[in-house]
Design a protein around this ligand. Structure first.
Ligand SMILES: [Zn+2]
Length: 173
């Protein structure tokens, strides 16, 4: 099923939606009230979490799909009303138990997840733990502090994360 076919009913008036060309693309349109459903990429804030004592960073093992059982960088989607910084701070605290300070932007990547039919833009930041203890949240099953070299032996769920780590590692040397 295409993403545009998942919008069956108008979120404004409840009428059945139709697929129609609107602003140069086929989109779900409500024939009763005229509401057009636009699909836009979601914005994700992602952290390379570091600490002062060594050169390691945090990888988390994913407890949920996409990528269940594989490893990735912690982070999540920016909610309405949040800044990217708010979202990153919240997500890292929820997922790892750490309060962080946010440093340099490592890069910005577009991504497409065919299984979930979502498209997004990931902003990856270097961050540093300022306080807290590692507490793994329900959507992760494990977490490891590892070096960049060791990370090469882990199955990373998303190409975006692997690429971000590569860029980050190069920036340090
Ligand atoms: Zn409508």
């Amino acid at each position: 099923m295409l993403p545009i076919e998942t919008i069956k009913f108008c979120t404004r008036c409840g009428h059945a939606m139709e697929l129609r060309e609107e602003s140069e693309r086929v989109r779900p349109v409500c024939p009763r009230c005229g509401y057009v459903h636009y699909f836009a990429p979601q914005v994700a804030a992602v952290a390379i979490v570091t600490r002062t004592d060594d050169e390691k960073f945090l990888l988390v093992q994913r407890g949920e799909d996409p990528g269940k059982g594989l490893w990735g960088l912690p982070g999540g989607f920016v909610e309405m009303g949040e800044t990217v910084y708010d979202a990153l701070t919240r997500e890292i605290l929820e997922e790892t138990g750490y309060e962080i300070e946010i440093g340099n932007l490592v890069g910005v990547w577009s991504f497409f997840n065919d299984a979930k039919k979502i498209a997004g833009v990931a902003l990856v930041y270097e961050t540093r733990v300022v306080r807290g203890e590692l507490q793994i949240a329900s959507d992760s099953t494990n977490a490891e502090w590892i070096t960049y070299e060791l990370a090469q032996e882990f199955s990373i769920a998303f190409e975006t994360h692997r690429e971000a780590l590569r860029v980050w590692n190069e920036s340090k040397t």
